[in-house]
Design a protein around this ligand. Sequence first.
Ligand code: ZN
Ligand code: ZN
Length: 254
Amino acid sequence: MILTVLGSGTSVPHPLRSSSAYWLDASSGTLLLDCSPSAIQRMAELGLDWAGLDAIWVSHFHLDHFGGLAPYLFGVKHAAETRERTKPLKIYGGAGLEELIRKIDDAGGYRLLEQRFAIEVTEVSALEPFEILPGVEAVAMKTPHTDASHAIHIRDGEATMVFTADTGFDTSIAGLAGGVGLFVLECSFVRDKPVELHLELAEAMHLIRRAAPRRAMLTHFYPEWDEIDFAEVVAAFYPPCEVIAAADGLRVEI
Ligand SMILES: [Zn+2]
Ligand SMILES: [Zn+2]
């Protein structure tokens, strides 16, 4: 698999970091992990086949992770690039996903789900494996962030990854990520986090140490990270593996 970071930032506007989205090239198709408002433009900017995208994972409904979904559906509905498309677009997320899409749709009368191809919305149950792309197995785990927030484990043959999305500290996430090829963790704050529902560096590093992945990536950086020497603060924790700082446009092979 190859992961391309589309947005390594948060809901706070930032000149270099757009809000949460990651493009995953798997053996049988493409998957968008979170669909932030800026994801649409970033996909086009990076030359990704946004019109042929196979599936979308929505980690939770905060707008820096979900706010691009309706605009994306509106865009592909009217784009010339999807005129020949027949394969369905699959959208996965927690309970309430379909109702939320329908409410947005109804509010503006957009008919987002009426397209030239099928839009299939599936609400997943925590810890029940499902096939997110043909032959690609996923399992979601509830996280302490919102009522509908989930981390996700993805397996494509030998390649494995976990994406925490937004979460508070919970050591069971390390269990989900045990030995994965790439462990993508939010790391909203450097230290003294102002809210319980996100991670700060010491917590993220603790989860990495417990999970012992082959590689880890920290992301979802609030602007306070701008002033920080990433390599220096990470090295202070004697990381057990390579720890990468996410950046918009960064591509990582898993
Ligand atoms: Zn967020
Ligand atoms: Zn959030």
